[in-house]
Write a protein that binds this ligand. Structure first.
Ligand SMILES: Cc1cc2nc3c(=O)[nH]c(=O)nc-3n(C[C@H](O)[C@H](O)[C@H](O)COP(=O)(O)OP(=O)(O)OC[C@H]3O[C@@H](n4cnc5c(N)ncnc54)[C@H](O)[C@@H]3O)c2cc1C
Length: 461
């Protein structure tokens, strides 16, 4: 490519959720874009994260449906789980989406540069000795699996999520270190597919960033499903045994399994990429940005998992769109991170948007906050699905909804409406006058808002 053609309005380093969304939106706005990717566009979410894990969870849901079908008057027997078949279904979903994404990127006229990029000046990314210059540079290099000191991931018995989703044989007993979203999702999928599972979590509860009521509901449901939950339990060491692994915790207890999944979080992938050398301000490996996602060096922006905050694909998409529009001069409104919905896709699911009860009270004061919990026991569709759980709505007394927290089968789909309520700063009274279809789980959202508006319907006053 001649030098003049290596000059772009925008050079994006990293083709994951944040980077490719930025590239797509920028090209839509008429900007010329180079997208540098050393592996596959789509990044962690498409190839190693959201999509493959959700396919595994869905396969597990199918197994559970067969296993428990007699509860609905349908007699069936689960013969076996063919993990090769599950993997082929999962890989096929990823393959189709990857093909679609490649086609989309091509159709938008984006120049995809294959190879490892390094920031060599504030406006230039170098790939295999070739410089690509941009009026703006967007850093979008994503994240990697973190471990603990002295805990080496060997990819065979001590696994990261990447190896865990490629297993050729289902573990008999999996030990999961970390009760955050990734650990909980694997625990749920493996249990559904037939494994024994034990989760070790140092904090007092699973999914600790969620409202405490959600953690409680999830733990109760997991225990009922036979998933061992060891909260307040700190990992000490792991040794390999003939059969697999023996994990010791600080109390001195040991747990035997055939593998250990390390799910203690993800760190920003920012080392050795030239960021620090270009004097970009960093904090514990994250790129420091202002609320317009501008880094400390003019012309450089950062999106996705390398910006401290929730590591979610849709946050990355939103970051990418925001930066493209800002560069194009559209002056979009900065993203309110509290308004980004979160879903843990286990069985049962946990979903939330806005502030937890506790955070709302810290921020606004005890007297200014009120909440209502509507039990899914009163919701027709949830009874048909035989799921337990709740919708909890937190509001500013005489003010808008501050947070919505859900637990139960399929509640992840309800967060779409919940995030509109939160982000549009609706009052419960506004939502109470809207009609929810019967019988659906969305009715439970309606019921919780009716109750908060002082006129509960299918609930005791
Ligand atoms: C197991 C798992 C399950 C998850 N499930 C969900 C979910 O259900 N929902 C959800 O919202 N989020 C989920 N996530 C999180 C989600 O995947 C991330 O938040 C999202 O991928 C972040 O996007 P990103 O663009 O910041 O980074 P990434 O998607 O990691 O993309 C970064 C890209 O940059 C490339 N790159 C890095 N360095 C260079 C370089 N020097 N040169 C060239 N290319 C480079 C990488 O190859 C990669 O493609 C999950 C993550 C994991 C691990």
């Amino acid at each position: 490519m001649p030098e003049t053609e290596r000059k772009f309005d925008l050079v994006v380093l990293g083709g994951g959720s944040g980077g490719y969304a930025c590239a797509l939106r920028a090209s839509q706005l008429g900007l010329s874009v180079a997208l540098v990717e050393e592996d596959k566009v789509g990044g962690t979410c498409l190839h190693r994260g959201c999509i493959p894990t959700k396919a595994l969870l869905h396969a597990g849901e199918v197994a559970d449906a067969v296993r428990h079908s007699a509860a609905y008057g349908i007699n069936s027997t689960l013969d076996s789980v063919d993990l090769a078949g599950v993997n082929s279904y999962k890989d096929d979903v990823v393959r189709r989406l990857y093909k679609g994404l490649q086609g989309l990127i091509k159709s938008r006229g984006i120049t995809v540069v294959e190879g490892r990029g390094t920031l060599v000046s504030p406006d230039t990314v170098e790939v295999q000795g070739t410089p690509y210059q941009g009026n703006h540079v967007v850093l979008a290099s994503g994240s990697y699996t973190k471990s603990l000191p002295d805990l080496a991931i060997d990819g065979e018995r001590v696994l990261s999520s990447w190896e865990a989703m490629q297993l050729e044989q289902l573990p008999r007993h999996a030990i999961v270190l970390g009760g955050g979203v990734i650990g909980v999702e694997f625990a749920s999928a493996w249990r559904s597919l037939g494994a024994e599972v034990t989760i070790i979590e140092a904090l007092p509860r699973l999914v600790a960033s969620e409202d405490a009521a959600c953690s409680k509901a999830l733990e109760r449901a997991f225990r009922k499903r036979g998933i061992g939950v060891l909260a307040n339990t700190s990992f000490r060491s792991v040794e390999k045994t003939e059969a697999g692994v023996r994990v010791s915790v600080t109390s001195g207890d040991t747990y035997d399994g055939d593998l250990l999944l390390v799910a203690v979080g993800r760190g920003p992938n920012t080392a050795d990429l030239g960021y620090e050398a270009q004097a970009i301000e960093m904090d514990r490996g994250f790129v420091v940005t202002n609320n317009r996602l501008e880094a400390s060096v003019p012309g450089v922006h950062a999106v996705g998992d390398i910006v401290a905050g929730m590591q979610l694909a849709h946050r990355g998409f939103q970051h990418g769109i925001f930066v493209a529009e800002d560069i194009a001069g559209l002056r979009p409104t900065p993203i309110n991170e509290d308004g980004i919905p979160r879903v843990t896709y286990s069985d049962p699911e946990v979903a939330s948007v806005g502030l937890s009860d506790e955070r709302a009270r810290q921020r606004h004061g005890d007297d200014a906050v009120e909440s209502v919990t509507y039990d899914l026991g009163g919701n027709g569709k949830s009874q048909i699905l035989r799921t337990q759980g709740f919708v909890k709505v937190v509001r500013h007394r005489d003010g808008p909804v501050l947070g919505i927290h859900l637990a139960g089968a399929r509640v992840g789909e309800l967060i779409g409406e919940a995030q509109l309520i939160y982000n549009w700063e609706a009052f419960p009274e506004d939502v109470a006058s809207l009609v929810h279809m019967h019988p659906t789980q969305t009715e439970a959202l309606g019921e919780a808002h009716l109750a908060l508006a002082g006129k509960p319907l299918h609930a005791h006053s």
